[in-house]
Design a protein around this ligand. Structure first.
Ligand SMILES: *Cc1c(COP(=O)(O)O)cnc(C)c1O
Ligand SMILES: [Zn+2]
Length: 448
C-alpha cells in the first residue's frame, strides 16, 4: 500500500500544493502558511479497527522505528520517508497519569496530565523535530544542498533541534533571545554542538532574523511555521486517545505561545475522526500568560480581529511570544473544537504550578499556565466538575529550576502562597527535634 503526503496552502481559495522535499515555508502564490495533507482515500482503505490494532501492536515496541510514539504512526505522518533516513530518539509514548489528589483538591474526579516533557530533550518539541530532521536527512540523501538547519527559539525548540541534528550528523544553528531562556535550555544546544547565536532581542526579534537567514535555501528553517513539525506534534492527541482505549476526554487544555502545538493537537484529533477511530471531538482550551496573550485578546473579540502584542517578560518564558506565527491555524482549530482561550497572571501560574507540585507533580511554568487556566474555568463554571479533563504538560520541570528556586525562596515580586523554604539549623539532635515538632504541628494546622 502506498500513501502520499504533500504541503498544501491553508488558504481555502488557493490550496496550492508542493512536494515535501521542496524548500518552502509559505505559499509562493498567496503567502499563507502551509500544512501537510495526506491522501485520505488511501488511508481510509484500511479500516479504523485495523489502524488501532497496528498502532497498538507497535506502541513502545523495539521494532525500529515503529516503537517511537511518532513513527508508530508513520503512515499518517510522513509516509514517503525511507526508514533509513529516520532520525528517532524514541520520542512520544509519554505517560498520561491520573492527578487524583490535585483533581480532588479542585473537585475534579477525572483530571489527567499528559507529561510530554518526559522526553529525550525534555519537551514536546521532540515530537515535531524527529519528523523535520528526518525529512532533512531524506532531502540531503537525495542530493539537496542543505548545509545546516536553523531555528529561533524560546529554548525548547533549539534544544530539540540541536539534539536531533547531532544524532543525524547535521549542523544546527539556533538563534536565542539573550538572557530570556533558562540555563538548562541554553546549555542543551551548546552541549549538542549547535552554533548558538545569542541576540539582544526577544523571540519575535529572533524569528524575524531567522526568516531572513533561511531565504538562503541551503539553511533549512526548523520553526513550527514549517508544518513538518506539526505532523509529529499531532501524535499527542492520537496518543491520548490510544492511552484511553480510544475514548476521548471532554476537555484538553494546552499552553500556547507560537500556537503551532494547538493546531497540531487539533489536526491529530480530526484525522482520527475522519478515519473513524473516534466519533466525537473534545473541547480545546488554550492557556496563555497574561503578559503574552494576543490570542486571548482576539478570543474576547470573537476572533474578529487579531493584533500582535509586545510580549512582556513572563516566568513562562517558552510562551513569551507576542506575534505567533501559527495564529490563523490556531483560530481555525479553536472554531472547530468549540474552543476557549484563557490567560493567567504570573502569580496565578506560579501558584498553580506549586500547588500541583505539592500533590506529586513537578510542573514547568507553562504547565502552570495551563493549570491556572483550568482552575479559572472551573471557578467560572466553563468546565464542569464532572468532566474528564486532560492537561498537556509541555516540558519537564527540571528545565526550569531557576523558576522553582525563586518561587520557594520567595524572591519573585508577588506573594508565593506555597513557598517551602528549607530550615537552616545547627547540626544537633535537639535543634532538629525542636524544629520538627514545631514544623509538623504547623503543617497539621495548615492541612485541617
Ligand atoms: C514551545 C512550547 C510551548 C508553546 O507551544 P507553541 O506551539 O509555540 O504554542 C509551550 N510550552 C513549552 C514548554 C514549549 O516549549
Ligand atoms: Zn496559497
Amino acid at each position: 500500500m502506498s500513501y502520499q503526503a504533500w504541503f498544501q496552502c491553508i488558504n481555502e481559495q488557493c490550496k496550492e500544493r508542493y512536494p515535501l522535499n521542496t524548500v518552502v515555508y509559505r505559499c509562493r502564490t498567496c503567502d499563507s502558511l502551509l500544512e501537510v495533507q495526506h491522501d485520505m482515500h488511501a488511508l481510509a482503505r484500511r479500516d479504523a479497527k485495523a489502524w488501532m490494532k497496528l498502532f497498538e501492536d507497535r506502541y513502545k515496541s523495539t521494532q525500529w522505528p515503529f516503537g517511537s510514539g511518532v513513527w508508530g504512526k508513520k503512515e499518517w505522518i510522513l509516509p514517503q520517508v525511507d526508514n533509513d533516513n529516520i532520525v528517532s530518539l524514541y520520542e512520544g509514548g509519554t505517560n498520561l497519569f491520573w492527578a487524583e489528589r490535585f483533581g480532588k483538591m479542585l473537585g475534579l474526579e477525572n483530571l489527567w496530565i499528559k507529561l510530554c516533557g518526559n522526553s529525550h530533550s525534555g519537551s514536546f518539541k521532540d515530537l515535531g523535530m524527529t519528523v523535520l530532521v528526518s525529512q532533512v536527512k531524506q532531502m540531503i540523501s537525495e542530493g539537496a544542498p542543505i548545509k545546516a538547519v536553523a531555528c529561533a527559539s524560546t529554548g525548547d525548540t533549539s534544544a530539540a533541534l540541536a539534539v536531533y541534528c547531532a544524532a543525524a550528523g547535521i549542523q544546527s544553528i539556533v538563534l536565542l533571545p539573550k538572557g530570556k531562556i533558562s540555563i538548562a535550555q541554553l546549555v542543551q544546544p551548546i552541549a549538542n554542538g549547535a552554533l548558538v547565536l545569542s541576540l539582544d532581542t526577544d523571540f519575535d526579534g529572533c524569528m524575524r532574523v531567522v526568516q531572513e537567514i533561511t531565504k538562503d535555501e541551503t539553511i533549512y528553517l526548523a520553526n513550527s511555521m514549517n508544518s513538518l513539525r506539526i505532523e509529529g506534534q499531532k501524535t499527542v492527541g492520537i496518543e491520548i486517545a490510544q492511552q484511553f482505549d480510544w475514548e476521548i476526554p471532554d476537555v484538553i487544555i494546552i499552553p500556547g505561545g507560537n500556537l503551532g502545538n494547538v493546531s497540531a493537537l487539533g489536526s491529530g484529533l480530526l484525522m482520527m475522526r475522519d478515519l473513524g477511530l473516534i466519533q466525537r471531538l473534545p473541547r480545546i482550551v488554550v492557556a496563555q500568560a497574561e503578559r503574552a496573550n494576543p490570542l486571548y485578546r482576539s478570543y474576547l473579540k470573537n476572533f474578529e480581529s487579531f493584533e500582535p502584542v509586545q510580549a512582556q517578560k513572563t516566568l513562562a518564558s517558552a510562551i513569551q511570544i507576542g506575534n505567533p506565527v501559527s495564529v490563523q491555524k490556531a483560530i481555525r482549530t479553536l472554531k472547530q473544537f468549540n474552543g476557549i482561550v484563557v490567560d493567567a497572571t504570573e502569580q496565578e501560574l506560579a501558584d498553580a504550578a506549586a500547588l500541583g507540585d505539592t500533590t506529586g507533580m513537578f510542573n514547568c511554568p507553562h504547565t502552570g499556565v495551563a493549570l491556572a487556566g483550568m482552575i479559572k474555568l472551573l471557578r467560572a463554571g466553563k468546565i464542569d466538575k464532572s468532566e474528564h479533563v486532560v492537561v498537556i504538560s509541555t516540558a519537564h520541570g527540571l528545565k526550569f529550576t531557576d523558576f522553582k528556586v525563586a518561587y520557594h525562596e520567595g524572591t519573585l515580586d508577588f506573594p508565593c502562597h506555597y513557598a517551602n523554604k528549607p530550615i537552616e539549623l545547627p547540626p544537633t539532635v535537639n535543634a532538629v527535634r525542636e524544629a520538627l515538632n514545631h514544623a509538623l504541628q504547623k503543617r497539621r494546622e495548615q492541612n485541617v
